[in-house]
Design a binder for this molecule. Structure first.
Ligand SMILES: [Cu+2]
Length: 118
């Protein structure tokens, strides 16, 4: 009966795999800062990640308070940094959605908001 010891090994492997997964590119910080309020609409949004990104498979979209896309559609990726120009979109809550492929070949995605107004 060797099965019980084999089964006992599987949870350990899962724990090790999860530990490795934490090396994925996660959002480290952003400008405008996550959840923050800025006085006027920013000209671009910049995101910094915990790992270098693959430019061809990393995207970010930004919508204004009316739900309209205000990003240029063309993100610039340099190392662990991704920026995208914005056109003005009024006051209120902006939504940023990002989807990136890191150099370790894992994809991650997430979103955050920032506020524009006085
Ligand atoms: Cu990873």
């Amino acid at each position: 009966m060797r099965h019980p010891s084999l089964i006992a090994t599987i949870p350990l492997l899962l724990v090790l795999a999860t530990g490795a997964a934490q090396a994925h590119a996660m959002l480290d910080h952003a400008e405008p800062r996550v959840g923050n309020k800025v006085a006027s609409p920013p000209k671009e949004v910049t995101l910094w990640f915990t790992q270098k990104l693959e430019p061809a498979f990393s995207t970010v979209t930004v919508t204004n308070p009316a739900g309209e896309r205000v990003d240029s559609g063309k993100a610039r990726v340099s190392g662990n940094q991704m920026s995208i120009p914005l056109r003005p979109g009024g006051a209120g809550t902006y939504h940023v959605n990002w989807h990136v492929l890191s150099v370790d070949t894992h994809t991650t995605e997430g979103n955050f908001t920032f506020q524009v107004g006085q």
